[in-house]
Design a protein around this ligand. Sequence first.
Ligand SMILES: *Cc1c(COP(=O)(O)O)cnc(C)c1O
Length: 455
Amino acid sequence: MKFYSTKRQSPEVTFEEAIMQGLPTDNGLFMPEKINTLPASFFENIAQFSFPEMAFEVAKCLLYNEDIEHVALQKMITNALNFEAPLVALNPQKNLYCLELFHGPSLAFKDFGARFMAQVMGYFAAKVQKNEQESEKNRNFCILVATSGDTGGAVAQGFLGVAGTKVTVLYPSKKISELQEKQLTTLGKNITAVEVDGTFDDCQQLVKTAFLDPDLQQKLWLSSANSINLARLIPQMFYYFEAYRQLVIAQKIKYPNPVVFCTPSGNFGNLCAGLLAKRMGLPVQKFIAAVNQNDVFTKYLQNGVFVAQASVPTVANAMDVGNPSNLQRINELYDNDIQKIKTDICSYTFNNKEIIEKIKEIFITHNYLMCPHTAVAYLGAETYLNAQSLPNKAQTPIVFLSTAHPAKFLDVIEPALNIKIPLPPALQSLVNKTKVATFIPNNYTALKTFLLQNN
Ligand SMILES: *Cc1c(COP(=O)(O)O)cnc(C)c1O
């Protein structure tokens, strides 16, 4: 299959090129030229599959054997999806469910994308490396990533131990939490942490400079683990199907009514994956894009015109995005027609106060603790339930996505609720580990020297 750019100013590419290149040269985003739909037999048998088995059925329907060998693809999916995504019935009377996506190694849903991408990149890198051996080149595939805290952890964990790959993570010194720092600096093996005497923007600038340095590009095989890489989008479809699979099992009926999904959104990769899942045949009645005060998407649906804004900081900080990249893909999926977008998606905005109040309320009434991003999703689901007179309301399952473990946001939750949250084992085990990082000044020559010595 071919993959094209949403801007159509750069050539079509193969799946391998789309993944290894990451972004088209024309500033667009890669899209598959065809989105196949799953056969009826898939939905008839869905309850019999395990999560990874079902994900493989979805993946091999979208990607052909010539794009990526299916035998290898199945193994990659099994390796990537080695944790669960449980569907928790928060209010069974209202048919309201929480899809917990934070049971991976970095305790956030970004693990799905990062782990699958690491597997796929490792696979394509090994192919190139095999050919290069014959010509006596011997290069590692070097991923360079700057992080403000979260993404770097998921990417580093995803690539940990993937043969033929090396990851260098740049993070701003003293500007991420101690546990976030430990998540990046205690992995060892093929993961190296570089502590930069500067801000996150400085880190990003250093990475950009490295990618523009022809000398470095010639000596190293450099790549980015960009959040808009297709290899991060595809695996995010899997858990929308997983919610449906668990509904079929829990409700003991063959076909539940089409589901309403509420996705807490920032850069809109997560929501976009849901839209792709629907295109492949997943029965979805509506998507709710729940956002914090960075409300450019809500306004876009209201006014029909998109206006980017500078991002404002909120308590749900992983969603503080004022110009979401994946909007290009959403517009593409709906032929740039706002009316078509609105038939599938609605959007609500919530402020910090509403978010914190909701975390409190749910903790008190349901004894369930959620992170600020998940609270935005809950608010979206609740607002929708109250606003709409759904046909068959009682029979329509509403699933809101929980994107991170609450313990990752102690600074927001503990003072608001006046409680102590115990650390989950994945974080607890980091406390006594020793940080290993190379400290560099905010200076490109320092980074270049480091990269040439360590790759
Ligand atoms: C990244 C992130 C989001 C936003 O996801 P997008 O795909 O960027 O819309 C929401 N919640 C958490 C915890 C995140 O890390």
